[in-house]
Ligand binder design. Structure first.
Ligand code: ADP
Ligand code: MG
Length: 289
């Protein structure tokens, strides 16, 4: 697919009052000390332990971590599908924590385009109807829905597959339909959770090149993955492990070494403590380490 096909995808520059006085524009995502604790019966699981993350407009960031590290929990919070136990999350400058269910649903629908591992396409609907769905929820009139869905599918190179149902498309094509569905509302943010997890190598490259094009055109993309090869396609990678975020590999290595030192009972090197705890408000108790 040529970049030209996607050229008109670039978001229109909004008049940003932040630019007038020379100050920085609001980041799309701004998380400060976000924690999430699940309580099931008597057991509490601290899935996120003080996440700080700023994603400016136009960034392409991968969040990479092993199974159980808190990726889906973070994804649910970023996508306004769940709210933090504590800490603040500002989406495009707006504090998500003070919104009610209806406002959250509205933000989800208008500001975020979701791409999931399982595609989440409705089997009985054609590609075009699947892409129209977010516009149905946004009460866009039918003729305009059709036009915008067709445009979005053309942008991902599926203009000749409008009337195909998901079973009549390859995995890679199905994921491109869901990218079109994510784009059709013109969201501030594309949020993808393991988008290549069910794809073969060729389709993986195909979908990743689509994200790269979206990024080149100024879209903000957050890609969640457990695979380094996939994360490497993003402009930058942050690592998540045991509910902590590490902003570079070096930081993660230092943190891991600090943990090992603590576990061995030796006095930790003060310098190596920094990456472990600067993201958390308080130091984890030794018995938790
Ligand atoms: P990942 O997506 O990286 O595999 P998750 O965010 O799904 O990680 O899980 C992080 C931790 O939180 C795990 O220990 C998991 O068992 C726990 N967890 C996730 N969801 C729930 C839940 N709804 N109730 C209780 N514990 C949960
Ligand atoms: Mg997960």
């Amino acid at each position: 697919m040529s970049a030209a096909i996607l050229d008109d995808l670039a978001p229109v520059e909004a008049d940003d009052p932040g630019d007038v006085d020379g100050s920085e524009p609001e980041p799309i995502l701004d998380l400060s000390q976000v924690r999430k604790t699940y309580s099931t019966g008597t057991i509490e699981v601290e899935a996120l332990r003080g996440i700080d993350l700023v994603v400016p407009e136009g960034d392409y960031v991968a969040i990479m971590g092993p199974s159980g590290s808190g990726k889906s929990t973070l994804m649910h919070i970023l996508g306004c599908l769940d709210i933090p136990t504590s800490g603040t999350y500002r989406l495009a400058g707006v504090d998500v924590g003070v919104m009610d269910e209806e406002e959250l649903a509205d933000v989800r629908n208008r500001r975020i385009g979701f791409v999931f591992q399982q595609f989440n396409l409705l089997a009985t609907l054609t590609a075009q109807r699947n892409v129209e769905l977010p516009l149905v929820y946004a009460r866009v009139p039918r003729a305009e829905r059709r036009r915008r869905a067709t445009e979005a599918l053309e942008r991902v190179g599926l203009g000749d597959r409008l009337d195909h149902r998901p079973t009549e498309l390859s995995g890679g094509q199905q994921q491109r339909v869901s990218v079109a569905r994510a784009l059709v509302t013109d969201p501030d943010l594309i949020l993808a959770d393991e988008p290549t997890g069910n794809l073969d190598t060729a389709s993986t490259l195909d979908v990743l090149s689509l994200f790269a094009e979206l990024h080149e055109q100024g879209r903000t993309v957050v890609l969640i993955t457990h695979e380094r090869e996939v994360a490497n396609q993003a402009a930058r990678t942050v690592l998540i492990r045991d509910g902590h975020l590490y902003h570079s590999h070096d930081e993660e290595v230092a943190a891991t070494e600090a943990l090992a030192t603590l576990e061995s009972g030796a006095e930790p090197d003060p310098a190596s403590r920094i990456p472990l705890w600067e993201h958390g408000a308080d130091e984890p108790a030794e018995d938790r380490l």
